[in-house]
Design a protein around this ligand. Structure first.
Ligand code: ZN
Ligand code: ZN
Length: 281
């Protein structure tokens, strides 16, 4: 079984998050390390960092994943926005290493009309630039597969593979697999055969060794609809079965399995219990 957890709020400071995660019985958690809808961020103090690290131990959170903000687009070309994106991404790398967080999840980017191929190259170039500017990066950067809304890239496994191939530091890159995004992008998971076919494809194109984190979300929209709306586990078009299969898939035993389902405060505890109970010993 993976390390089960969910997305946790950092309201009041990042050091408050591990205590919140314990309420849901999390083994792993995901946070935004700063306000996800603002460019400017307050730095985390050394004191906050020390409290954060001791709280993680106290509440037995084994792995933390940072989700980068939604504003950054490493695939865009508009100069002002690109400058802000580069700065905010570099800030994230610095902050996450400071907080000793091993994984940074981010959405690859949007081409906004310039075409997918040049966008994928541009993302890889901006990753090179950030990794070089940071120097001695400890965290692994995880490209999240996307639903393929608008001009977002990253909805085909081939997109993620190309970014990794174009990047000069492939050893710093991995993938976060979002079940809802994969499903609405056309990768079926529902039957046993569909599940194994999808991960076979992933393995052939990217390699399962790159898959480090899962986002466990059911989907409010059908297969191949390219619409990103998460649903609670077992309530959407995917259904509970693929999630139970994931929980029992030895290949993913070390991966954080993180819920980003709606109305978390109300449902996370029950969903986490359901997932834990589905593990066959
Ligand atoms: Zn996600
Ligand atoms: Zn989503």
């Amino acid at each position: 079984m993976g390390l089960i957890g969910c997305h946790i709020s950092i309201a009041g400071g990042v050091e408050k998050s591990p205590g919140r995660a314990e309420r849901f019985d999390c083994e792993a958690m995901q946070i935004f390390s700063a306000n996800q809808i603002q460019w400017n961020t307050k730095p985390v103090s050394k004191q906050q960092r020390d409290i954060f690290l001791s709280e993680l131990k106290k509440h037995k959170i084994q792995k933390v994943v940072v989700h980068h903000n939604y504003l950054t687009n490493l695939g865009g070309v508009e100069p002002e926005k690109l400058e802000k994106s580069r700065k905010s991404f570099l800030d994230e790398l610095i902050r996450s290493d400071f907080l000793e967080i091993p994984y940074i999840v981010f959405h690859p980017g949007s081409h906004l009309g310039q075409g997918e191929d040049s966008c994928l190259k541009q993302i890889a170039e901006n990753l090179d630039r950030a990794i070089e500017a940071k120097g001695d990066l400890k965290a692994t950067l995880l490209l999240e597969n996307t639903a393929g809304q608008g001009s977002n890239v990253g909805y085909r496994f081939e997109h993620l593979q190309k970014i990794i191939e174009f990047c000069s530091y492939p050893e710093k890159l991995g993938v976060c697999f979002d079940t809802c995004h994969a499903f609405v992008a056309g990768y079926d998971l529902r039957s046993k055969k569909a599940y194994f076919d999808t991960f076979k494809k992933f393995d052939d194109i990217i390699g399962l060794d790159r898959l480090k984190v899962f986002h466990l979300n059911d989907s409010k929209n059908p297969l191949n609809s390219r619409k990103d709306r998460h649903d609670n586990i077992g309530k959407g078009y995917i259904g509970a079965e693929p999630f139970i299969r994931l929980m029992n898939d030895d290949r993913f035993a070390d991966c954080p399995m993180l819920l980003e389902t709606p109305n978390g405060d109300e449902y996370f505890a029950a969903e986490i219990l359901l997932l834990k109970n589905s593990v066959k010993s």
